[in-house]
Design a protein around this ligand. Structure first.
Ligand SMILES: Cc1cc2nc3c(=O)[nH]c(=O)nc-3n(C[C@H](O)[C@H](O)[C@H](O)COP(=O)(O)O)c2cc1C
Length: 189
């Protein structure tokens, strides 16, 4: 019934079995429980080069690079909801995630109207530690005219897999996935 709803998970941590990846997996599991088609990618396994600010995208309409970003942009275009995750690295996102975000300089239209769920694990127990990252993502997705529908913060996790000790966060992640599909369904009635 919801098979037409597509949810794409994009992990920005270099750890493919880390806390970000596990949280994204839970969101996708929730979405699948509601019948959505889910896919996931790991930025660390893709070849995405950093923006050169050469303005070729503005002048010629396409990026000077021919790397994995084009395919990823197609996957984003085809999805209804994107689940984006990055841990806090020095109060900001990972290098992989920032590189990915910078490439939207020439691809603003792709994110327009997209619904976004964000997951952010980090070591510190204070949620304020994620404030700069959350602020940066809110500004970025407002500029890209995408809609953040959920932000899942997971403080107090350092080692890969440690998130499993926080069942309440796992439950929220799964619920976020289910809710996202219900919201999509309502958009189509
Ligand atoms: C280079 C680096 C920088 C980090 N900076 C912070 C930080 O500023 N604040 C914080 O709370 N945790 C910081 N951490 C911890 C990670 O956010 C934490 O280990 C997180 O759970 C990693 O998620 P992952 O398992 O998905 O990679 C840092 C970790 C690394 C490797």
């Amino acid at each position: 019934m919801n098979e037409n709803i597509k949810v794409l998970g994009i992990t920005g941590s270099p750890r493919t079995a880390g806390n970000t990846a596990l949280l994204i997996k839970e969101v996708l599991t929730g979405a699948r429980e509601k019948g959505a088609r889910v896919t996931k990618v790991f930025l660390s396994q893709l070849n995405i080069k950093p923006c050169l600010a050469c303005n070729t995208c503005k002048i010629k309409g396409s990026c000077i690079y021919h790397d994995d970003m084009q395919k990823l942009l197609d996957q984003i275009r085809e999805s209804d909801v994107c689940v984006l995750g990055t841990p806090v690295f020095f109060w900001g996102p990972t290098a992989q995630f920032k590189t990915f975000i910078d490439r939207f300089y020439g691809a603003k239209q792709v994110m327009k109207g997209k619904r976004i769920i964000i997951v952010i694990p980090f070591e510190d127990r204070k949620t304020e530690t994620a404030r700069h990252l959350v602020g940066m993502l809110k500004e970025t997705f407002a500029w890209l005219q995408a809609q953040i529908i959920d932000i899942i913060l997971a403080p107090g996790v350092l080692d890969p897999g440690e998130i499993a000790h926080y069942p309440e966060v796992i439950i929220s992640a799964r619920r976020a996935g289910r809710n996202a599909v219900v919201i999509e369904e309502l958009r189509h009635v």
